[in-house]
Design a protein around this ligand. Sequence first.
Ligand SMILES: [Zn+2]
Length: 69
Amino acid sequence: MNKRWTINEIKTFVENNSESTLLTTEYTGFSQKLQFRCACGNLFEKNFTKFKNKHQRKCDVCQPPKASR
Ligand SMILES: [Zn+2]
């Protein structure tokens, strides 16, 4: 299922599923980097696929990326 999300749906998803706030106001596609503000106040960028499917819903300080590189 490749649902096409709108910016409003994403904003709602972010509000309902994380403590972060979506700052981006325009959504052009799943590979776009969206800007978020973490609950701690840090800003971070993440595309929505990662945010949603990989549960990367906080900044790198609150949720350090897995050491996989
Ligand atoms: Zn944070």
